[in-house]
Design a protein around this ligand. Structure first.
Ligand code: KIV
Ligand code: ZN
Length: 395
């Protein structure tokens, strides 16, 4: 991060739009109760998220109620609701957002040839008319209107530019170009934002937004590339929850920006120390486990087992960690005792457990620990205590 002489942050800000409660909840099996959604919304607000997408009000009475309740209680963030390009959707969305301090209507329509032909069964000119009418209607309800070109990355570029220009003219202040099916690549997505922003005459009147799905495992890389191409809003979810393979994970986007300011000179308002707590909460309420080796919030993200790595870590944490565990709300690095662990880490672990063995005893205990570790997947502190107590008794 760039800092000025007085310590203030001089890099450009990227706005974080969290869609855990909308796109995240669309993940099969991830539905949340109203109470659970409110708990997540409260934590997202505390995290410093700029916009919380609370749901899709027309989808069901339950969705309407949860958007309305989130809108009522969120203190800082804008609260967004999703609406298709229809009067009924938009009016229902506006009604759900009535008590929000900063309501945002997020309206979308598909713009790719395959979606227009088969899903919408509409000609492009009709889609263009709906872009204008939907944004205008949303704008008559609220000041903040976001327009999305669904399947934007598979949309023909001239048509995409016409749609974007129309949406901005009708009053959209945010233009989102989603990679709905997780199809794009970083170079292509960066170039797409550059091209649209160059070609659309009124582009400077809107903030551009990335919204990436992870079908090829590129959602975070694509999101960051979109930012390099000029987008200043990132749509993401906690733990990368979302349709199919998920959305871009907020914790990864935020920490990539924090860790590599040399090539990504942008900052967010997110309090990264709350990321682990948010991950645990979303995992608990959705019953979606977080994979052990998940970046930033997986239980192994700051765990080291191999002897070489543990030895390095004991000498200097920068050897194998590019961020501190504390920076994302984890109390400390863990040196996990297993068959790959070395003598240095073993000795330190024993010291932590209150044992200071002489050289011979340490060697014997270490050999017995290696035998145990070959047989056992996890070696717990209790195993080490038993092993060392045994060593002391038999010595
Ligand atoms: O993936 C997508 O295109 C969406 C839109 C509704 C923004 O979720
Ligand atoms: Zn999506």
């Amino acid at each position: 991060m760039t800092h000025s002489a007085n310590g203030s942050n001089t890099s450009e800000r990227v706005v974080i739009f969290d869609t855990t409660l909308r796109d995240g909840e669309q993940s099969p099996g991830a539905s949340m109760t109203l109470e659970e959604k409110l708990e997540v919304a409260d934590l997202l607000d505390q995290l410093g998220v700029d916009i919380i997408e609370a749901g899709f009000p027309i989808a069901s009475p339950g969705d309407f109620e949860s958007v309305a309740e989130v809108a009522r209680r969120v203190k800082n963030a804008s609260v967004a609701g999703l609406a298709r390009a229809s009067d009924k959707d938009i009016d229902r969305c506006a009604e759900a957002l009535r008590e929000a301090k900063r309501p945002r209507i997020h309206t979308f329509i598909s713009t790719s040839p395959v979606h227009m032909k088969y899903k919408l069964q509409m000609e492009p000119e009709r889609v263009l008319e709906l872009v204008a009418s939907s944004v205008t209607r949303a704008r008559n309800h609220v000041a903040e209107v976001e327009w999305s070109a669904e399947d934007g990355t598979r949309t023909e570029i001239d048509f995409l530019c016409r749609c974007v220009e129309t949406a901005i003219k009708a009053g959209a202040s945010t233009i989102n170009i989603p990679d709905t099916v997780g199809y794009t690549t970083p170079q292509e997505y960066e170039a797409l934002f550059r091209t649209v922003r160059e070609r659309v005459p009124n582009a400077d009147k809107a903030i551009f937004s990335v919204h990436c799905h992870d079908d090829l495992g590129l959602a975070v890389a694509n999101s960051l590339a979109g930012v390099r191409g000029g987008a200043r809003q990132v749509e993401c979810t906690i733990n990368g929850l979302g349709e199919r393979a998920g959305n871009a994970a907020m914790e990864e986007v935020v920490m990539a920006l924090k860790t590599r300011p040399d090539i990504l000179p942008y900052h967010t308002n997110i309090d990264a120390k709350l990321l682990t707590r948010a991950s645990k909460l979303v995992s608990a309420v959705t019953s979606f486990p977080v994979q052990y080796n998940k970046a930033i919030v997986g239980r192994n993200a700051f765990a080291h087992e191999s002897g070489i790595h543990q030895d390095g870590m004991l000498k200097n944490a920068h050897t194998y960690e590019i961020m501190t565990p504390e920076s994302v709300g984890v109390s400390k690095t863990s040196l996990v005792m297993g068959k790959h662990s070395g003598r240095h880490a073993f000795r330190e672990k024993l010291k932590e457990l209150g044992y200071d063995l002489g050289e011979n005893q340490l060697n014997d205990a270490f050999n017995r620990f290696k035998d145990l570790a070959d047989r056992k997947k996890f070696v717990y502190d209790e195993d080490l205590i038993a092993l060392v107590d045994d060593e002391i008794v038999t010595a």
